[in-house]
Design a protein around this ligand. Structure first.
Ligand SMILES: [Zn+2]
Length: 233
């Protein structure tokens, strides 16, 4: 960078400070969206390294999943929570790609995605996606895809009815609420495939469970699951 453009850059950052979306501190010139400190300090679950982990256990006796993992813990005031909040509710779409890329590198390096054929984001209902303007899980998938080389499939699984808000409902009500709301659009495209299903946050697992049940109706399909964060009770 030339001296002049460096000066201009410094001047612009005075007027429009670039702040880390996880901690709010000023970003350095070579940092993008998330500062280096947050990169390092976001606690990793490392569940992708152990077959028997709390996310995998969440689905025991509910639906058949090959492997399950989550990048970080969704705690109150956690960095990952602030990032996902900025992504979903402030529409900072680049955060989705960035987080997906960070996690995708972990997944690729550990061999977690070696036998994965397709990455599928948990679909939003079209009307919700229309209001928000994007599906955050899709943006995360794009980052994971860039890091792993596995293609994203947004066509095969779709959401068919609107679910009312999930808060203040019992686990059974939540499950009933999303039951039967996903549909495989083109079973042929999934025949015999190992799918990695991606959500932004896993809480009760009921949405994932619904997707998995639907996906498993297609012959030879196997499903693994990963999310950017997990909220453990
Ligand atoms: Zn930060």
């Amino acid at each position: 960078m030339s001296y002049l453009s460096g000066l201009l850059d410094d001047f612009l950052s005075l007027l429009f400070p670039r702040l880390c979306y996880a901690c709010g501190n000023h970003l350095l010139r070579n940092e993008n969206l998330i500062c280096t400190e947050c990169h390092v300090l976001i606690p990793r679950t490392n569940y992708h390294l152990e077959e028997d982990n709390p996310v995998a256990r969440l689905f025991w006796g509910r639906c058949k999943i090959e492997k399950a993992a989550a990048f970080s813990f969704y705690n109150r005031d956690s960095r990952i929570r602030r990032l996902i909040h900025n992504l979903k509710y402030r529409g900072i779409k680049d955060i989705g790609y960035e987080l997906g890329k960070i996690y995708g590198l972990d997944l690729a390096n550990s061999g977690f995605t070696r036998d994965i054929d397709l990455i599928i984001p948990v679909p939003l209902h079209p009307s919700k996606e229309h209001v928000r303007g994007f599906n955050q899980s899709f943006l995360i998938c794009e980052g994971i895809s860039a890091a792993t080389g596995v293609l994203v499939d947004t066509k095969s699984l779709e959401r068919v009815t609107k679910t009312s808000t999930q808060t203040r409902k019992s686990r059974y009500e939540r499950w009933k609420n999303v039951e039967g709301t996903f549909r495989v659009h083109d079973p042929l495209s999934l025949l015999g495939k190992h799918v990695l299903l991606i959500d932004d946050v896993i809480t009760t697992g009921s949405t994932i469970e619904s997707c998995v049940e639907e996906l498993l109706k297609t012959e030879g399909v196997r499903v693994s699951v990963a999310s950017m964060a997990v909220a453990l009770a």
